[in-house]
Design a binder for this molecule. Structure first.
Ligand code: R5P
Length: 289
């Protein structure tokens, strides 16, 4: 029998995943000591697999995930799986300069040592799953986002850069619409223009789809440019909505007609759920036993 353990960062999402899997939800006891140290305990005995759901941002939630994985073992789980809806540090997935930490790998290895498998959702790059040292699977919330694009009558999906084309293409295939990526062209030492590589966006209803919106800087620049080029409607969409400080106001000021994210992190724009992706990843990992 599988139980879903709800980390405090991902309570609602854990409940939704448990509902989909028809599994029991366990809410651990969790508290923070006066000095800031975290404590967790899973009181009910676990007999089969524990699927621990917890995003790892900000850092305190990473610490809690690690404790929960250990606690699940201590509560009797035969198999412990980590469902990490948003895996922080995924962008530092290589050493860009000598002397840098390979943060994504350090964290992934630490998590991998505490569990038997990992599922994550729309990681920045797919190579992340190779870092855990245990069976790991990435699943996608793009199908759910694409359904929301359909409701918004989107006719063009744009990736903010070439690297993000896989997700944008998947959404466009679901919608049966056109897809392209944005490209920055330097006109002079002071002037750059950002536009869709080969599509004309004039009058189009566009969704820009990124893995994450953090400060909103990337998205705001893209929205402003697309509006300037005559796009009729622009939705800013992502799987992971961090919306750090004034990110949402930045997007609105740039002209976003719609802001859309999933619930891998709690945020005011979480209009679709990543629970089906977690459930799918869980089923895959259970199949690898
Ligand atoms: C970058 O490679 C990512 O895919 C996002 O485009 C970026 O991290 C978003 O960050 P921000 O919202 O701060 O521009």
């Amino acid at each position: 029998m599988t139980v879903v353990v709800a980390g405090t960062a991902s309570k609602d999402l854990a409940q939704k995943a448990a509902d989909l899997l028809k599994a029991k939800l366990v809410e651990p006891e969790a508290k923070t000591f006066p000095d800031g140290e975290r404590y967790v305990r899973i009181a009910p005995k676990i007999e089969g697999t524990a699927l621990v759901v917890q995003s790892t941002w900000p850092d305190a939630n990473l610490v809690e995930l690690m404790f929960l994985l250990d606690a699940a073992r201590s509560a009797g789980a035969k198999r412990v799986l980590a469902a990490v809806p948003y895996f922080a540090y995924a962008r530092q997935d290589r050493r860009f300069q000598d002397g840098e930490a390979l943060s994504a790998k350090v964290i992934a290895q630490a998590i991998g040592r505490l569990c038997d498998g990992v599922v994550t959702v729309d990681p920045h790059k797919e190579l992340l799953v190779d870092f855990f040292g245990v069976p790991a699977r990435h699943e996608s919330a793009v199908p759910q986002l694409a359904e929301e694009f359909r409701r918004l009558d989107v006719d063009t999906v744009l990736a903010p850069d070439k690297g993000a084309m896989v997700r944008a293409t998947k959404a466009a295939e679901i919608l049966g619409c056109q897809v392209d990526h944005l490209e920055k062209t330097r006109l002079s030492s002071t002037e750059v223009v950002i536009k869709a590589k080969s599509l004309d966006v004039r009058g189009q209803r566009v969704a820009i789809l990124d893995d994450m919106i953090s400060t909103g800087g990337t998205m705001a620049t893209a929205i402003r440019e697309l509006k300037r080029q005559g796009a009729g409607f622009v939705a800013a969409a992502c799987t992971h909505g961090l919306f750090v400080s004034d990110a949402a106001s930045k997007l609105k000021a740039a002209g976003a007609d719609e802001i859309l994210a999933t619930d891998t992190l709690p945020n005011p724009f979480a209009k679709v759920t990543a629970a089906p992706a977690l459930a799918q990843g869980y089923k895959f990992l259970e199949g690898t036993k």
